[in-house]
Design a protein around this ligand. Sequence first.
Ligand code: AMP
Length: 175
Amino acid sequence: MNIKDVIRTIPDYPKPGIMFRDITTLLGNAQAFRRAVDELVQPWAGAKIDKVAGIEARGFILGGAVAHQLSAGFVPIRKKGKLPYETVSIAYSLEYGVDEMEMHRDALVPGEKVILVDDLIATGGTAEGAVKLISEMGAELLAACFIVDLPELGGRRKLEAMGVPVRTLVDFEGH
Ligand code: AMP
């Protein structure tokens, strides 16, 4: 079983020219889901990780499983206006324009060791925002983990230039 083979590609979704890499087919395959989570956390097996931060929404599914595997807490990073308590927020760049993401202001304590999780890194704009939020809270970001990298879009290089180690499991060409 190859992780790449169980990720479904939907051409021209959500708009023409985009090849949508749909990980729901991976999540629905028990063996593939376990393998992906095991491989994401493999570098930190036995390490003391305090929190896993997951980016809404697919990063919640993977991040929850990763947190369980590492015996760490889970912290949701959500779109603006979704979290009920006091938040810290940051603007981040989308393909067109900007949006905001938020975290509860007491979700991380300075010095905590954190891993960031999402399903896919493309331009890296979303992850960059999350990295800044985590850093602003004074936490120590050990790595950012994604199942899919779209290398042509440069997101991995963007995060690495910020000093964040990046772990990805499979590459796809194009957008
Ligand atoms: P970016 O900020 O450009 O790195 O985009 C990453 C976010 O957008 C992630 O949360 C992905 O789930 C989603 N995303 C971007 N491009 C794709 C794609 N081709 N297929 C599936 N999800 C994507």
